[in-house]
Design a protein around this ligand. Sequence first.
Ligand code: MN
Length: 150
Amino acid sequence: MTLEKYWQKRKFKKTPEPKGKILKTKQSRFVVHDHFAEKAGHHHDFRLEMNGVLKSWAVPKGIPEKVNLKRLAIQTEDHPIEYINFKGKIPKGLYGAGIVKIFDQGNYKLVNKTEDKIIFILKGKKLKGSYNLIKLKRNPHQWLIFKSKS
Ligand code: MN
């Protein structure tokens, strides 16, 4: 768990994003950011509170709400816990430039976690039920996210 990459990518005098720090918490929250990025276009950023950081994935086509619909989830740098409430406008020219809104937020229950698999139940306002993140073997950053029948 490290925030080095998160810090390296950002200029905290210019971005409204929090600098943050590793923060061990006893909560298990998640957030889905709606990111209207100037470069990458609109996507979801899915973040799970885990081991003092927010484990993060960019989901280009959005978090699936239909059972068994598989979507690519690209793991990105760990974000600080404070980022769970972040929304705002990242100025032009900066990393992640564009508008960030909160699509959904809530708690999750961890069901199973291994090196290449995280299974959890989301208890959000929009997203509810059993979800799976499965690491693809061909690329260390690529995962699939899908909902399954609970
Ligand atoms: Mn993003």
